[in-house]
Design a protein around this ligand. Structure first.
Ligand code: AMP
Length: 459
Protein backbone atom coordinates (compact mmCIF):
# COMPACT_ATOMS: atom_id res chain seq x y z
CA UNK A 1 0.00 0.00 0.00
CA UNK A 2 1.12 3.56 -0.70
CA UNK A 3 0.46 6.74 1.28
CA UNK A 4 -1.27 8.26 -1.76
CA UNK A 5 -3.98 5.59 -1.47
CA UNK A 6 -5.20 7.19 1.75
CA UNK A 7 -7.61 10.09 1.48
CA UNK A 8 -4.92 12.44 2.72
CA UNK A 9 -4.45 15.98 1.59
CA UNK A 10 -1.59 16.71 -0.77
CA UNK A 11 -0.01 18.91 1.95
CA UNK A 12 0.30 15.90 4.18
CA UNK A 13 1.55 13.64 1.39
CA UNK A 14 4.29 16.16 0.64
CA UNK A 15 5.35 16.24 4.28
CA UNK A 16 5.38 12.43 4.39
CA UNK A 17 7.58 12.39 1.29
CA UNK A 18 9.96 14.94 2.87
CA UNK A 19 10.34 12.60 5.84
CA UNK A 20 11.22 9.85 3.38
CA UNK A 21 8.50 7.53 4.59
CA UNK A 22 8.30 5.28 1.56
CA UNK A 23 5.36 3.13 2.58
CA UNK A 24 2.87 3.17 5.43
CA UNK A 25 3.78 0.88 8.30
CA UNK A 26 1.30 -1.81 9.32
CA UNK A 27 -0.26 0.26 12.04
CA UNK A 28 -0.62 3.21 9.68
CA UNK A 29 -2.17 1.01 7.01
CA UNK A 30 -4.74 -0.26 9.49
CA UNK A 31 -5.50 2.84 11.52
CA UNK A 32 -5.46 5.71 9.04
CA UNK A 33 -8.49 4.73 6.88
CA UNK A 34 -10.66 3.99 9.91
CA UNK A 35 -9.59 7.13 11.71
CA UNK A 36 -10.32 9.20 8.60
CA UNK A 37 -13.71 7.55 8.57
CA UNK A 38 -14.49 9.00 11.99
CA UNK A 39 -14.10 5.81 14.01
CA UNK A 40 -12.67 5.48 17.49
CA UNK A 41 -9.49 3.41 17.50
CA UNK A 42 -8.11 0.88 19.93
CA UNK A 43 -4.68 -0.17 18.75
CA UNK A 44 -2.11 -2.48 20.24
CA UNK A 45 1.07 -1.08 18.83
CA UNK A 46 4.38 -0.50 20.57
CA UNK A 47 6.75 2.39 19.95
CA UNK A 48 8.89 2.09 16.89
CA UNK A 49 6.02 0.95 14.68
CA UNK A 50 5.05 4.35 13.31
CA UNK A 51 2.06 4.75 15.62
CA UNK A 52 2.58 8.50 16.07
CA UNK A 53 2.06 9.24 12.39
CA UNK A 54 -0.85 6.77 12.44
CA UNK A 55 -2.80 9.16 14.64
CA UNK A 56 -1.22 12.52 13.76
CA UNK A 57 -1.98 12.22 10.03
CA UNK A 58 -5.75 11.65 10.48
CA UNK A 59 -5.81 14.38 13.12
CA UNK A 60 -4.15 16.83 10.71
CA UNK A 61 -6.50 15.77 7.94
CA UNK A 62 -9.38 16.53 10.26
CA UNK A 63 -8.01 20.03 10.87
CA UNK A 64 -7.71 20.53 7.10
CA UNK A 65 -11.23 19.23 6.43
CA UNK A 66 -12.84 21.30 9.14
CA UNK A 67 -10.99 24.56 9.49
CA UNK A 68 -11.70 26.36 12.71
CA UNK A 69 -13.33 29.74 12.63
CA UNK A 70 -12.99 30.26 16.33
CA UNK A 71 -10.79 31.37 19.14
CA UNK A 72 -7.87 29.05 18.61
CA UNK A 73 -8.53 26.64 21.43
CA UNK A 74 -6.90 23.23 21.24
CA UNK A 75 -8.80 20.92 18.90
CA UNK A 76 -6.57 17.86 19.14
CA UNK A 77 -5.31 16.72 22.53
CA UNK A 78 -2.68 14.01 22.82
CA UNK A 79 -1.92 12.55 26.24
CA UNK A 80 1.41 10.81 26.67
CA UNK A 81 3.17 9.36 29.72
CA UNK A 82 6.42 11.32 29.55
CA UNK A 83 7.73 14.73 28.64
CA UNK A 84 10.28 13.32 26.19
CA UNK A 85 7.54 11.55 24.29
CA UNK A 86 5.47 14.75 24.34
CA UNK A 87 8.34 16.68 22.77
CA UNK A 88 8.83 14.00 20.13
CA UNK A 89 5.14 13.86 19.24
CA UNK A 90 5.03 17.66 18.97
CA UNK A 91 8.03 17.54 16.66
CA UNK A 92 6.37 14.93 14.45
CA UNK A 93 3.16 16.93 14.36
CA UNK A 94 5.12 19.99 13.23
CA UNK A 95 7.01 18.01 10.60
CA UNK A 96 3.89 16.33 9.23
CA UNK A 97 1.95 19.61 9.37
CA UNK A 98 4.72 21.73 7.90
CA UNK A 99 2.72 22.62 4.78
CA UNK A 100 -0.38 23.59 6.76
CA UNK A 101 -0.15 27.33 7.13
CA UNK A 102 -0.74 28.57 10.65
CA UNK A 103 -0.78 25.11 12.23
CA UNK A 104 0.59 25.12 15.72
CA UNK A 105 1.47 22.28 18.07
CA UNK A 106 2.63 22.79 21.64
CA UNK A 107 3.34 20.82 24.79
CA UNK A 108 2.13 21.06 28.37
CA UNK A 109 4.54 18.98 30.39
CA UNK A 110 5.93 18.60 33.86
CA UNK A 111 9.41 19.85 34.71
CA UNK A 112 8.96 23.02 32.66
CA UNK A 113 8.29 26.48 34.13
CA UNK A 114 4.67 27.53 33.94
CA UNK A 115 5.71 30.73 32.23
CA UNK A 116 7.27 28.82 29.36
CA UNK A 117 3.94 27.10 28.79
CA UNK A 118 1.88 30.28 28.76
CA UNK A 119 1.94 30.61 24.97
CA UNK A 120 0.34 27.17 24.69
CA UNK A 121 -2.24 28.04 27.34
CA UNK A 122 -3.14 31.45 26.05
CA UNK A 123 -2.21 31.48 22.37
CA UNK A 124 -3.61 29.59 19.42
CA UNK A 125 -2.53 25.96 19.61
CA UNK A 126 -4.36 23.46 17.42
CA UNK A 127 -2.64 20.39 18.78
CA UNK A 128 -1.68 20.13 22.42
CA UNK A 129 0.48 17.26 23.59
CA UNK A 130 0.43 16.90 27.35
CA UNK A 131 1.42 14.71 30.23
CA UNK A 132 -1.66 13.94 32.37
CA UNK A 133 -0.33 15.31 35.66
CA UNK A 134 0.51 18.73 34.30
CA UNK A 135 -2.66 19.00 32.23
CA UNK A 136 -4.85 18.18 35.21
CA UNK A 137 -3.18 20.95 37.13
CA UNK A 138 -4.09 23.47 34.40
CA UNK A 139 -7.60 22.09 34.05
CA UNK A 140 -8.28 22.39 37.75
CA UNK A 141 -6.95 25.93 37.82
CA UNK A 142 -9.08 26.65 34.75
CA UNK A 143 -5.99 27.67 32.84
CA UNK A 144 -6.60 25.25 29.98
CA UNK A 145 -9.83 25.29 28.03
CA UNK A 146 -10.60 21.74 26.92
CA UNK A 147 -14.06 22.43 25.56
CA UNK A 148 -13.05 22.64 21.93
CA UNK A 149 -11.16 19.33 21.84
CA UNK A 150 -12.49 17.26 18.96
CA UNK A 151 -9.97 14.44 18.90
CA UNK A 152 -8.45 12.92 22.03
CA UNK A 153 -5.46 10.60 21.67
CA UNK A 154 -4.17 8.43 24.50
CA UNK A 155 -0.70 7.36 23.49
CA UNK A 156 1.13 4.60 25.37
CA UNK A 157 -1.98 4.15 27.49
CA UNK A 158 -0.47 1.13 29.24
CA UNK A 159 2.43 3.27 30.45
CA UNK A 160 0.11 5.99 31.66
CA UNK A 161 -1.79 3.42 33.66
CA UNK A 162 1.43 1.86 34.97
CA UNK A 163 2.58 5.26 36.09
CA UNK A 164 -0.59 5.82 38.09
CA UNK A 165 -2.18 8.37 35.77
CA UNK A 166 -5.45 6.46 35.34
CA UNK A 167 -7.58 8.83 37.42
CA UNK A 168 -6.10 11.88 35.75
CA UNK A 169 -6.68 10.47 32.29
CA UNK A 170 -10.25 9.56 33.23
CA UNK A 171 -10.89 13.07 34.49
CA UNK A 172 -9.43 14.60 31.33
CA UNK A 173 -11.48 12.25 29.17
CA UNK A 174 -14.65 13.29 31.02
CA UNK A 175 -13.79 16.95 30.66
CA UNK A 176 -13.29 16.52 26.90
CA UNK A 177 -16.79 15.05 26.58
CA UNK A 178 -17.65 17.07 23.50
CA UNK A 179 -15.04 15.31 21.38
CA UNK A 180 -15.91 13.38 18.26
CA UNK A 181 -13.20 10.79 18.26
CA UNK A 182 -10.82 9.01 20.61
CA UNK A 183 -7.75 6.98 19.72
CA UNK A 184 -6.10 4.74 22.27
CA UNK A 185 -2.66 3.27 21.54
CA UNK A 186 -0.96 0.84 23.82
CA UNK A 187 2.06 -1.44 23.58
CA UNK A 188 -0.11 -4.16 25.01
CA UNK A 189 -3.83 -4.60 25.43
CA UNK A 190 -3.32 -7.37 27.92
CA UNK A 191 -4.65 -6.78 31.40
CA UNK A 192 -8.16 -6.24 32.66
CA UNK A 193 -7.64 -2.68 33.88
CA UNK A 194 -6.63 -1.41 30.48
CA UNK A 195 -9.51 -3.14 28.70
CA UNK A 196 -12.02 -1.82 31.21
CA UNK A 197 -10.55 1.62 30.95
CA UNK A 198 -10.62 1.51 27.13
CA UNK A 199 -14.33 0.62 27.28
CA UNK A 200 -15.06 3.72 29.30
CA UNK A 201 -13.28 6.17 27.00
CA UNK A 202 -13.93 4.70 23.54
CA UNK A 203 -17.16 4.40 21.60
CA UNK A 204 -17.49 1.27 19.46
CA UNK A 205 -13.81 1.34 18.58
CA UNK A 206 -12.20 -0.47 15.70
CA UNK A 207 -9.61 -2.69 17.29
CA UNK A 208 -6.23 -3.53 15.82
CA UNK A 209 -3.49 -5.78 17.02
CA UNK A 210 -0.71 -4.81 14.74
CA UNK A 211 3.00 -5.26 15.13
CA UNK A 212 2.64 -6.96 18.47
CA UNK A 213 5.75 -6.79 20.62
CA UNK A 214 6.44 -10.40 19.77
CA UNK A 215 6.66 -9.87 16.06
CA UNK A 216 8.06 -6.37 16.35
CA UNK A 217 11.39 -7.32 17.80
CA UNK A 218 12.15 -10.07 15.30
CA UNK A 219 14.88 -7.93 13.80
CA UNK A 220 16.59 -7.62 17.19
CA UNK A 221 19.37 -10.10 17.91
CA UNK A 222 19.37 -11.00 21.57
CA UNK A 223 22.33 -12.31 23.56
CA UNK A 224 23.05 -13.23 27.15
CA UNK A 225 26.39 -12.83 28.87
CA UNK A 226 26.52 -14.65 32.18
CA UNK A 227 28.24 -12.99 35.11
CA UNK A 228 29.45 -14.42 38.42
CA UNK A 229 29.07 -11.18 40.36
CA UNK A 230 28.32 -7.49 40.09
CA UNK A 231 32.00 -6.74 39.54
CA UNK A 232 32.11 -9.30 36.74
CA UNK A 233 29.03 -7.69 35.22
CA UNK A 234 30.68 -4.28 35.23
CA UNK A 235 33.76 -5.71 33.53
CA UNK A 236 31.59 -7.35 30.88
CA UNK A 237 29.77 -4.09 30.30
CA UNK A 238 32.99 -2.14 29.97
CA UNK A 239 34.36 -4.68 27.50
CA UNK A 240 31.19 -4.45 25.42
CA UNK A 241 31.20 -0.67 25.48
CA UNK A 242 34.81 -0.61 24.29
CA UNK A 243 33.85 -2.72 21.28
CA UNK A 244 33.68 -0.50 18.20
CA UNK A 245 30.70 -2.39 16.78
CA UNK A 246 28.67 -1.03 19.68
CA UNK A 247 28.06 2.26 17.93
CA UNK A 248 25.27 3.64 20.05
CA UNK A 249 24.25 1.92 23.25
CA UNK A 250 21.43 2.49 25.67
CA UNK A 251 22.24 0.84 28.99
CA UNK A 252 19.42 0.08 31.39
CA UNK A 253 19.89 0.01 35.14
CA UNK A 254 17.09 -0.98 37.50
CA UNK A 255 17.44 1.56 40.30
CA UNK A 256 18.60 5.12 40.79
CA UNK A 257 21.28 3.96 43.24
CA UNK A 258 22.49 1.34 40.77
CA UNK A 259 22.67 4.02 38.12
CA UNK A 260 24.63 6.32 40.37
CA UNK A 261 27.15 3.58 41.17
CA UNK A 262 27.58 2.63 37.55
CA UNK A 263 27.95 6.24 36.49
CA UNK A 264 30.75 6.78 39.05
CA UNK A 265 32.53 3.63 37.96
CA UNK A 266 32.35 4.34 34.22
CA UNK A 267 33.42 7.89 34.88
CA UNK A 268 36.40 6.65 36.88
CA UNK A 269 37.30 4.23 34.09
CA UNK A 270 37.39 6.99 31.50
CA UNK A 271 34.14 6.41 29.58
CA UNK A 272 32.35 9.26 27.96
CA UNK A 273 28.57 8.98 28.28
CA UNK A 274 25.30 10.66 29.17
CA UNK A 275 22.88 9.45 31.78
CA UNK A 276 19.24 9.99 32.63
CA UNK A 277 17.53 9.32 35.89
CA UNK A 278 14.08 10.20 37.19
CA UNK A 279 13.72 13.53 39.01
CA UNK A 280 16.41 15.19 37.00
CA UNK A 281 16.34 18.83 36.09
CA UNK A 282 14.61 19.07 32.69
CA UNK A 283 17.41 21.04 31.09
CA UNK A 284 20.00 18.51 32.20
CA UNK A 285 17.87 15.65 30.87
CA UNK A 286 17.41 17.28 27.52
CA UNK A 287 21.10 18.10 27.34
CA UNK A 288 21.99 14.46 28.13
CA UNK A 289 19.55 13.23 25.50
CA UNK A 290 20.77 15.73 22.94
CA UNK A 291 24.40 14.65 23.39
CA UNK A 292 23.36 11.06 22.83
CA UNK A 293 21.00 11.84 19.95
CA UNK A 294 23.60 13.87 18.06
CA UNK A 295 26.27 11.23 18.83
CA UNK A 296 28.50 13.51 20.92
CA UNK A 297 28.50 10.49 23.21
CA UNK A 298 27.70 6.93 22.13
CA UNK A 299 26.54 5.64 25.51
CA UNK A 300 23.39 6.57 27.43
CA UNK A 301 22.72 5.06 30.83
CA UNK A 302 19.18 5.26 32.13
CA UNK A 303 16.58 3.84 34.44
CA UNK A 304 13.29 2.67 32.95
CA UNK A 305 11.36 5.65 34.20
CA UNK A 306 13.90 8.10 32.84
CA UNK A 307 14.11 6.39 29.45
CA UNK A 308 10.40 6.32 28.72
CA UNK A 309 9.48 7.79 25.40
CA UNK A 310 13.02 8.04 24.06
CA UNK A 311 12.81 7.92 20.29
CA UNK A 312 16.29 7.86 18.85
CA UNK A 313 16.32 5.88 15.65
CA UNK A 314 19.99 4.86 15.45
CA UNK A 315 20.49 3.05 18.76
CA UNK A 316 22.41 -0.09 17.77
CA UNK A 317 22.50 -1.81 21.16
CA UNK A 318 20.25 -1.99 24.17
CA UNK A 319 22.18 -3.43 27.09
CA UNK A 320 20.28 -4.66 30.10
CA UNK A 321 22.86 -4.16 32.82
CA UNK A 322 20.02 -5.17 35.11
CA UNK A 323 17.07 -7.14 33.82
CA UNK A 324 13.77 -5.33 34.28
CA UNK A 325 11.10 -6.27 36.77
CA UNK A 326 8.58 -7.45 34.19
CA UNK A 327 8.69 -9.07 30.79
CA UNK A 328 6.73 -6.34 29.06
CA UNK A 329 9.25 -3.76 30.24
CA UNK A 330 11.90 -5.94 28.62
CA UNK A 331 10.03 -5.71 25.34
CA UNK A 332 9.75 -1.94 25.74
CA UNK A 333 13.44 -1.64 26.51
CA UNK A 334 14.71 -3.63 23.58
CA UNK A 335 12.23 -1.86 21.31
CA UNK A 336 14.49 1.19 21.62
CA UNK A 337 16.77 -0.39 19.08
CA UNK A 338 15.92 -1.62 15.58
CA UNK A 339 13.77 1.44 14.93
CA UNK A 340 12.48 2.52 11.57
CA UNK A 341 13.51 -0.65 9.77
CA UNK A 342 17.06 -0.82 11.16
CA UNK A 343 18.63 -3.86 12.81
CA UNK A 344 19.48 -3.91 16.49
CA UNK A 345 21.06 -5.95 19.24
CA UNK A 346 19.85 -6.52 22.77
CA UNK A 347 22.31 -7.77 25.37
CA UNK A 348 21.44 -9.11 28.79
CA UNK A 349 24.02 -9.29 31.56
CA UNK A 350 22.75 -12.17 33.62
CA UNK A 351 23.63 -13.08 37.17
CA UNK A 352 22.25 -16.26 38.75
CA UNK A 353 19.43 -14.36 40.44
CA UNK A 354 18.28 -12.99 37.05
CA UNK A 355 17.56 -16.41 35.60
CA UNK A 356 13.88 -16.64 36.67
CA UNK A 357 13.23 -13.23 35.12
CA UNK A 358 14.97 -14.21 31.93
CA UNK A 359 12.80 -17.28 31.81
CA UNK A 360 9.69 -15.12 32.12
CA UNK A 361 10.94 -12.95 29.28
CA UNK A 362 11.50 -15.99 27.13
CA UNK A 363 8.01 -17.28 27.80
CA UNK A 364 6.47 -13.87 27.15
CA UNK A 365 8.30 -13.20 23.91
CA UNK A 366 8.43 -16.78 22.71
CA UNK A 367 12.07 -16.19 21.88
CA UNK A 368 15.35 -17.25 23.39
CA UNK A 369 18.75 -15.59 23.43
CA UNK A 370 22.09 -17.05 22.45
CA UNK A 371 24.66 -17.16 25.21
CA UNK A 372 27.95 -15.50 24.45
CA UNK A 373 31.22 -15.11 26.29
CA UNK A 374 34.05 -12.63 26.13
CA UNK A 375 37.52 -14.18 26.19
CA UNK A 376 39.21 -13.38 29.48
CA UNK A 377 35.83 -12.75 31.10
CA UNK A 378 34.30 -16.20 30.96
CA UNK A 379 32.03 -16.94 33.92
CA UNK A 380 33.59 -19.36 36.38
CA UNK A 381 30.26 -20.53 37.76
CA UNK A 382 28.20 -22.98 35.81
CA UNK A 383 25.44 -21.38 33.78
CA UNK A 384 22.48 -21.39 36.14
CA UNK A 385 19.74 -23.88 35.51
CA UNK A 386 16.29 -22.71 34.73
CA UNK A 387 13.51 -23.63 37.09
CA UNK A 388 12.83 -27.34 37.10
CA UNK A 389 9.06 -27.14 36.96
CA UNK A 390 8.96 -24.96 33.92
CA UNK A 391 11.83 -26.74 32.27
CA UNK A 392 10.02 -30.02 32.69
CA UNK A 393 6.94 -28.84 30.84
CA UNK A 394 9.07 -27.43 28.05
CA UNK A 395 11.15 -30.58 27.87
CA UNK A 396 8.15 -32.87 27.74
CA UNK A 397 8.50 -35.00 24.67
CA UNK A 398 11.91 -33.48 24.09
CA UNK A 399 14.11 -35.23 26.62
CA UNK A 400 17.42 -34.62 24.90
CA UNK A 401 17.35 -30.86 25.31
CA UNK A 402 18.66 -29.06 28.29
CA UNK A 403 17.34 -25.67 29.26
CA UNK A 404 19.81 -22.95 30.08
CA UNK A 405 22.55 -24.48 27.98
CA UNK A 406 24.51 -22.53 25.41
CA UNK A 407 22.11 -21.12 22.92
CA UNK A 408 19.62 -19.98 25.54
CA UNK A 409 16.58 -21.98 26.46
CA UNK A 410 16.58 -24.51 23.74
CA UNK A 411 13.29 -26.30 24.42
CA UNK A 412 10.08 -25.97 22.45
CA UNK A 413 8.75 -22.50 22.00
CA UNK A 414 6.01 -21.88 24.54
CA UNK A 415 2.45 -21.89 23.44
CA UNK A 416 1.29 -18.51 22.30
CA UNK A 417 -2.07 -16.94 22.11
CA UNK A 418 -3.38 -16.94 18.54
CA UNK A 419 -2.35 -13.76 16.78
CA UNK A 420 -5.29 -11.63 15.71
CA UNK A 421 -5.02 -10.81 12.07
CA UNK A 422 -4.76 -7.26 10.85
CA UNK A 423 -8.02 -6.32 9.39
CA UNK A 424 -9.87 -3.41 8.05
CA UNK A 425 -13.32 -3.33 9.50
CA UNK A 426 -14.99 -2.99 6.17
CA UNK A 427 -12.76 -4.45 3.51
CA UNK A 428 -14.93 -3.44 0.63
CA UNK A 429 -14.35 0.19 1.49
CA UNK A 430 -10.61 -0.27 1.76
CA UNK A 431 -8.84 2.77 0.37
CA UNK A 432 -12.12 4.59 -0.11
CA UNK A 433 -13.06 5.98 3.25
CA UNK A 434 -16.56 7.32 3.42
CA UNK A 435 -16.39 10.75 4.89
CA UNK A 436 -20.12 11.40 4.78
CA UNK A 437 -20.92 10.34 8.33
CA UNK A 438 -17.94 12.15 9.72
CA UNK A 439 -18.81 15.34 7.84
CA UNK A 440 -22.41 15.27 9.01
CA UNK A 441 -21.23 14.85 12.56
CA UNK A 442 -18.72 17.66 12.12
CA UNK A 443 -21.34 20.01 10.78
CA UNK A 444 -23.34 19.48 13.96
CA UNK A 445 -20.26 19.89 16.09
CA UNK A 446 -19.28 23.01 14.23
CA UNK A 447 -22.63 24.62 15.07
CA UNK A 448 -22.13 23.61 18.69
CA UNK A 449 -18.62 24.91 18.97
CA UNK A 450 -19.65 28.23 17.42
CA UNK A 451 -21.77 28.50 20.53
CA UNK A 452 -18.81 27.61 22.76
CA UNK A 453 -16.65 30.18 21.07
CA UNK A 454 -19.28 32.80 21.60
CA UNK A 455 -19.67 31.90 25.26
CA UNK A 456 -15.85 31.70 25.62
CA UNK A 457 -15.51 35.16 24.15
CA UNK A 458 -18.10 36.46 26.57
CA UNK A 459 -16.35 34.88 29.62
P1 AMP B 1 6.83 5.72 16.42
O1 AMP B 1 6.38 4.31 16.51
O2 AMP B 1 5.72 6.65 16.11
O3 AMP B 1 7.63 6.11 17.64
O4 AMP B 1 7.83 5.85 15.15
C1 AMP B 1 9.12 5.28 15.12
C2 AMP B 1 9.97 5.89 14.05
O5 AMP B 1 9.53 5.49 12.74
C3 AMP B 1 9.96 7.42 14.04
O6 AMP B 1 11.30 7.87 13.98
C4 AMP B 1 9.22 7.80 12.79
O7 AMP B 1 9.72 9.00 12.24
C5 AMP B 1 9.49 6.62 11.87
N1 AMP B 1 8.38 6.34 10.91
C6 AMP B 1 7.06 6.53 11.10
N2 AMP B 1 6.35 6.15 10.01
C7 AMP B 1 7.24 5.69 9.11
C8 AMP B 1 7.13 5.15 7.78
N3 AMP B 1 5.96 4.98 7.20
N4 AMP B 1 8.27 4.79 7.16
C9 AMP B 1 9.47 4.95 7.77
N5 AMP B 1 9.66 5.45 9.01
C10 AMP B 1 8.55 5.82 9.67
Amino acid sequence: MEFCEFELDEKLLRAVADLEYKKPTKVQESVIPEALDGRDILAESPTGTGKTAAYILPALQHLIDFPSKKLGLARVLVLVPTRELALQVAEQARLLGKYMPGLSAGTLIGGVDHEEQLPVLTGKTDIVIATPGRLIEYLRKEMFDIRAVEILVLDEADRMLDMGFIDNVREISRAAYRRDQTFLFSATLEGGILTKFANTVLKEPVEFHVDSPRSEHKKINQYNYHADSLEHKIQLLEALLRDKSVEKALVFVKTREGLQNLVSRLDRDGFSFSYLRGEMDQEKRLEGLRRFADSTVRILIATDVAARGIDITDITHVINFDLPRTADVYVHRIGRTARAGRKGTAINLVEAHDVPMLEKVQRYTGESQDTRVIEGLRPRNKTPEFSKKKRKSRDDGNPGKKAGAKGGISGEKPERKPHTKDRLRDKKNKGKPDFAAKRAKKALRSQESDKIAESGAAD
